[in-house]
Ligand binder design. Sequence first.
Ligand SMILES: *[C@@H]1O[C@H](CO)[C@@H](O)[C@H](O)[C@H]1NC(C)=O
Ligand SMILES: *[C@@H]1O[C@H](CO)[C@@H](O)[C@H](O)[C@H]1NC(C)=O
Length: 948
Amino acid sequence: MLRIYSACLLILLYLPNIWCMSDGKRETLKAEAASLFKHGYEGYMKYAYPADELRPLTCGPLYRDPDPNNVGINDIHANVSMTLLDVLSSLPVIHPSAFPKAVKLVAETVSFDQDVKVQVFEMTIRALGALLSTFQLLDDLPDDPAEQYIKLHLDENDHDDSWIWPSRKDTTIDLKQYKGRILELAYDLGKRLLPAFEPITGIPYARVNLRKGVLKGESIETCTAGAGSLLLEFALLSRLTGDSRFENLAHQAYLAIWNRRSPQNLLGNTIGTHGHWLAPGMSGVGAGMDSYFEYGVKAGVMLDDDTYYDIFYDSYAAIQTYVRTTDGFIYRPVQTRLLQPASPSTIDSLSAFLPAMQVLAGDVESAIKSHLVFWNLWRKYDAMPESFLWQERKVEWTGYPGRPEFIESTYYLYQATKDPFYLRVGEKILHDLKTRTKTKCGFATLKNVMTGEQEDRMESFMLSESLKYLYLLFADIPFPNSNTVFTTEGHPLKMPASLLKAPSSTRRAIRKGESSTCPLYRPFAAGGISTRTGIIVGIEGREDYDYARSLVYGLDSSGVEVEDGSRIWYDGGICRTSSEPKFAFEIVLSPLDASKSTAVPPEDPSPGPSKVDQDSMTGDYHITDIEGLRLGVRWRFDGKGYDVVNIGPHRIRQGQNVIIRDPAMRDHLPIQATSPVDSASPPELLLRFLSYSSSAASQNGQLLADGGQILLHAVGATATFGTDFVSFTSSKTETGPATWGIGHKPLRLIIPPEIEGRPYQGCSAMSLEWLGINKTSTDPFVLMVSRGGCTFLEKLMVAEDIGAIGILVIGQAPIKEGEPIPPEREVEGGFEEGLIRPSAEFDESHPRFRNVKKVGMIYTEWVIGEVLRKMVEGDDDKRKVLGIEILNIDAQDGSVHPTMGNRPTSQINEKSRTLEGGLLMVGEWPIMNLKVTDNALRFKQSNLPEHV
Ligand SMILES: *[C@@H]1O[C@H](CO)[C@@H](O)[C@H](O)[C@H]1NC(C)=O
Ligand SMILES: *[C@@H]1O[C@H](CO)[C@@H](O)[C@H](O)[C@H]1NC(C)=O
């Protein structure tokens, strides 16, 4: 998809002159960026080399900290002249005359045989990436030194000084002689990182000693980005050396993380090498996660491998659905279980990499929006604070260590849009770096972006990325996009055609048409026509530009921007942006039959050719039987609507169509499309447990919603059968019959006594008296039972016999360490634990079979049952009355609220299920690649009723 990018860039934007930047100005800024880079490089060489880093305030070397716990420094300091290594791939572009000497120094003096514990991730992206990139550069040089001299622009006017070796005029030095040594160093480093990989899970330890491997007692804690961002460097190292271990291990580590994703395709942040999420379930796009996603799309580009594209697009859909706010501007951490944002909610500076990745993935519109938030942050603080509490609009962590992410995104967006707005953003960055961080010998870290207080440290990425990307922005050099990428540390790496794995013939067939959708930036789409002036405008003229500004600066109650205590009015007030279209969801198509309820047929997890078949000529998919098919639908990056991206396990690629020719649908036109969340229970719900004093408990047979005291909240899983918990047709009025559903009133929860010291499993009916239920009362109730003893369906039938309207099934007790695992609980890789979704095999021929529809089932974890039991037991003479209520876990805004009477806005409404011109509409947007064939269905558009 990226191969054709350059073609897209040929489209030029018309922009009013006042907003353009002259080429002369741009050249000046480019020269300034280069001069800042040289200043930092020469300062490092003069005052710090061969140490790993420069102290920019005291102008001396920074060495490893004797305190082994100071990982902030020691993770990166391997005594390998890290700053020199890291800038190696930038020198030929920005400061060529320094390159020959730098290569010679690295080749002759750097050794990885060091007794140091360092971070695997940092060594990979900074050192290994630099070496591989430099090897490729040397490898590409002509053999003749004089030609090398010209190719490296050593003849051009460059800053002259004593650090150029041996002389700028010498055209006889053969630089290519070092390429073997550079690759040898890379290979040596790679081998020293190998012991980090945990043999069973494949997840690498975060840190390794370069001489001794993983040390005894080493922490098992690592993060998603650390384990999942080795792919590019390791794959290239394997293919250059022929030693396949690196690529295999990096691939396994990447998949090991992905295989532990949540049902919503969200990943956690912190994971143990044993494969369990630690500090459970906080997802997002910032620190600890960022480059995992970046390496998915970049591995797709570099290795031309669909596995990575597929993982990337699935994880990106989850980000756009859950991590992004509904206005499409902010990406904040969310809990992977509850899908709620963290509180307090923050944006960290590392997540400013996101717009660059979105550009690379083709989602330029989202990139423009997210970048605007970071732009306003930079503008407000003249730097990027490490962490920002966006709801309170306050800085959480004040530091700025010269990070490149925002600059990198500005560069990518300029290349994608050519809107000079991004050059002006760069101009402001350049100005701030110069005035706030530049010192006599380098660039200082800002300890506090508000006061400007400096710290005596210059990270290697200040030169190798921040100033490099600033230079690339002004130099207007396109980013690589065909089997070549910038790594997450800014090192260009490419997979030569000779080392690419040939795609299989199946894959070639499947990918047919892939390139027909270009991740195109359409002129004016980003700016458009200003409603105020009618002229064509750029990014700054977008109506949501001010909205992004208000997110960071804030407004007072009268719509006035607040800035440093003084009030600034601006034209037109604030434009609320409308909600973004829902990014990804599933639909189920079913024949419309008024006599049937809207029950969704059970999913067919591996539909065979009798249902779905691929046309080997066109690559299109044909559906001949829609029963049980789930269609994954995703927003298109070109903004035209949606595409079907998968039918169950079958993945639909760009340019391929899905054609429905199910004759069963002929009599049921028009097509009814429902989102499963529309008609069936969401897989997870939030349960709220309340306690009541028995006197105040009941009124008209129902517990009082506000009379109870909240005991606890817990996540529950719905069963795939029984009551639909989102049946909005059921009565919720004060007088109607009670049902168990989302947002309904709390129901009484009955906790039966134990039988012979074991909890009641609900496999046989018991008397109401024994259960503790008042026979004369008509109170609806939910029965708590334990898992095991019989099938879930049998439990539901028993509950119906007793008269319950729901059962809460409690999971089994965890197995203590050292205890044998009962065979029925064994699953691959251990034993079953946590939440499961109860399901039932319907054997309709069984004499006792009954399809229970009026009783619902929710499953929750063992510990919840324990806590509730303790609460009942704790009461002396009279039993405490417990209530249970179901709340919706709202996927869209992340807030938890009952959905009394209203459908959650994220759901597709009735009116949206229309066919227009043969296209199925979701809201106002068509599903572009879904076609209903005329010959099978013979529908006429004019016959369509207004509401379906
Ligand atoms: C740093 O590495 C060099 C060799 O590359 C070695 O001679 C020196 O002792 C090392 N310094 C420390 C502090 O380990
Ligand atoms: C049982 O319920 C009936 C009707 O709600 C009520 O009048 C009666 O007092 C209850 N009995 C007990 C023992 O709670």
